[in-house]
Design a protein around this ligand. Structure first.
Ligand SMILES: *Cc1c(COP(=O)(O)O)cnc(C)c1O
Length: 392
């Protein structure tokens, strides 16, 4: 039978050229937990409790302990985690929430879904993260909260940003969807703000076998409120009492047991990400390809390894031709996307400039030294030595 172009494309995806290096390969992580997950799935099937229940409560306790917070509330995904935190804090119409424009669109999306207005802030030319100065520049009398995004796995300067937030009377919320296992001054991601929001999308540092998310906090009232909201606003222990406006954002038991199986391995997987990142750093040092900067207070969790590359689109195409798959995080700053342009017209030059240079290189826990070496060799061939990605 003659195959259609789509089938050919599918075949190509399934069998990459020999020696090809994927952007991320989750299969070895799945393999590590497979036996344990199979057994846990069988248990869940036996109990018949598919949503919430003991499996989810167990993971919540484990995740709170990992993050160093007193509460974790499991939800359906990372976007809901942010949206529910904002709504539970009473942030909505008429309120502004500062969001760095260099982030995954979900951060801004959650603000709008909560009914509030996103105010986009520029980022550091070195780390591409929110800074105290860019936060201050985005404040207005209507600002109620700031969502700090620990993009790529690196936390922003939380000491300084907490100071600005406190002085301006803002609620500090962390979007830690890329920073499982990251820290600032030794304190874990998610534990600095009033609440920390996580996604367990399969590709994150800690990934489920589908969608899942969590909120962590030391605020018992906030945790209770979100627990109720995630389950149609039900009051604790009652099926027909709905005292608050809720939604459906519950975690599946099957996802919770996957996360519980993976969690004991998370630190080793992050250590492997760090080792690969260190090798990249050593091999690329002194060359025209620079990596996004690392702040000394940050315990980087390396969800992504982002380089700044001159003539990025050409380099990306040529790398693909050489069997090296890369990613873009993110090619369009949020404030320039169609649904968000209405929220501000001021240019945010650092984010706009860097968006054309950033290139996410292959990085995953089971990546081999030889694979890192091969990517760096290809990069050296493809980026002329005299080229340089200037800093904005
Ligand atoms: C993945 C991600 C989210 C959203 O998580 P979902 O689980 O996909 O809803 C939010 N913010 C950032 C920075 C992310 O990377």
């Amino acid at each position: 039978m003659k195959s259609t172009p789509l089938q050919q494309q599918g075949a190509a995806l399934r069998s990459p050229p020999t020696g090809a290096i994927p952007f991320a390969d989750l299969s070895a992580m799945t393999q590590e937990v497979r036996e344990e997950v199979d057994a846990s799935f069988a248990q869940v099937l036996d109990t018949g409790r598919f949503i919430g229940g003991a499996a989810v409560a167990r993971f919540e306790d484990q995740w709170a302990a990992y993050c160093g917070t007193t509460h974790a509330v499991a939800v359906a995904n990372g976007t809901d985690a942010i949206q529910l935190v904002l709504r539970a804090m009473g942030i909505g119409p008429g309120d502004e929430v500062v969001v760095p424009t260099n982030t995954f669109v979900a951060t801004a999306e959650a603000v709008v879904l909560a009914g509030a207005v996103p105010r986009f802030a520029d980022v550091s030319p070195d780390t591409l993260l929110l800074t105290p100065a860019t936060l201050e520049a985005a404040l207005t009398p209507r600002t109620r909260a700031v969502i700090v995004v620990h993009l790529y796995g690196q936390m922003a300067d939380m000491q300084a940003i907490s100071g600005v937030a406190a002085a301006a009377g803002l609620a500090l919320v962390e979007d830690a969807a890329q920073a499982h296992g990251g820290s600032w001054e030794g304190r874990p991601a998610g534990s600095w703000g009033r609440a920390g929001c996580f996604s367990f999308y399969p590709g994150k540092n800690l990934g489920a076998f589908g969608d899942a998310g969590a909120v962590v906090t030391d605020d018992a009232d906030l945790a209770d409120h979100i627990r109720s909201m995630r389950n149609h606003g039900r009051s604790d222990g009652s099926h027909h009492d709905h005292p608050v406006l809720g939604t459906n954002s519950r975690m599946d038991a099957l996802q919770a047991v996957v996360l519980s199986a993976k969690l004991p391995r998370l630190d080793a997987w992050i250590a492997a990400r760090r080792a690969a990142a260190a090798r990249y750093e050593a091999l690329l040092a002194g060359g025209p390809v620079r990596l996004v900067g690392r702040a000394c207070g940050a315990g980087h969790a390396y969800h992504l390894l982002v380089a700044r590359v001159p003539d990025r689109d050409r380099v990306r195409r040529d790398l693909a031709g050489a069997g090296v798959e890369t990613g873009l995080h993110y090619p369009t700053p949020c404030h320039l996307m169609a649904p968000y342009r209405r929220y501000g017209a001021e240019p945010l030059p650092v984010a706009e400039h860097s968006a054309g240079q950033i290139l996410s290189l292959p990085l995953f826990p089971h990546m081999t030294h030889d694979q890192v070496t091969a990517v760096c060799a290809r990069l050296r061939e493809l980026v002329p030595a005299e080229a340089s990605s200037d800093v904005a």
